[in-house]
Design a protein around this ligand. Sequence first.
Ligand code: GH3
Ligand code: MG
Ligand code: MG
Length: 365
Amino acid sequence: MPAEETRPAGALPDAQERPESQSRILVVDDHEDNIEVLKVRLESWGYRTDAVHDGAAALQYIQKDPPDLILLDVMMPEISGIEVAQRVKANRSLPFIPIIMQTALDSTEAKVEGLEAGADDYITKPIDFAELKARVRSMLRIKRLQEALEERERELLEVNERLRHMSQTDGLTGLDNRRNLNDRLEEMFQHAQRLSEPFSCVMCDLDHFKSVNDTYGHQAGDEVLKQLSTILKEEAREIDRVGRYGGEEFMLLLPGTVLDSAVTFAERVRKHIEGHTFSFPGGTLRRTASFGVSGWPHPKIRECDSLVRAADDALYVAKELGRNRVVRFDGPEFNSHLARKDGADARTPARSRPAAPEHGASLTG
Ligand code: GH3
Ligand code: MG
Ligand code: MG
């Protein structure tokens, strides 16, 4: 039943009408004569038209192929125009379609009923065609404005979404940025506590990364960071979060993972990096990375801050022990290193040492 694009000879729309002349109007009327008269008029003004004879057919047509405007007869058997208007306006899947109701009676009551049912305008029978023309044009103008508004809204939502993404993402690597990591960390830690599920944190830092910049330039350094991100993403599971915590330091959050498994995971990543050749315009290089791993539940970890600090301290120990290794927070290697350090050098500034006491400050053992 698609409308034919016919136009009576000599009835080309004038320039003013042109913008809406492509509009398609659905005429709903149970009298064939009325339909004929309305179609001829509307088409002579340059509109495309289609017609149906009852409410059920109208609803079906509108759902399948929403017109730009509906010229709707109120008095129809079975499903009245009032009901059609109500159903069309209640249907959220439809775009805004202006409805002009044709009321047979020029009574205020009939008009109010039509408008309350959702009609946007009305016209009384017998139809004054000059009035009909003006009302159709005004309704189509409103429809165009409405569409422009919706388009604007869509654009705004899109820009908003892009901004949100930018505010959560690291520009260089496309990973979560630090702020986003912190938000996720809090969420995931709370979730883990609620369900009594294990949760681990891995800190990863490239070894002697500064020399990459110094030797090959900053761009080569950027390339290495991007490739490292790809490796981390490849190794992590879908449910893990991988983010750039700072310069060449990355954080991985592993829900549902016990400390042992997190250490195994970090070891796998360490080997992957060790075996990888980083390439950049003008050369290739190899690099290693050091890892600190912490996990909850752990008697010294009560909140997400201390989980991160524990991983960071373990990373520090990994660096101290010679780099290219994985150190587990509160593991034998970690503890014996700190004990050795504390015993050997009481003069070491506290700032450069892991703040181990903080973890246990509120705990015994
Ligand atoms: P260590 O093994 O102790 O971690 O040594 P390192 O050289 O990796 O660590 P250091 O903290 O001394 O240097 C980090 C370097 O990372 C210095 C900084 O210029 C570089 N860096 C940080 N962010 C970026 C970045 O976005 N791009 C590039 N190219 N370099 C970065
Ligand atoms: Mg480093
Ligand atoms: Mg660093």
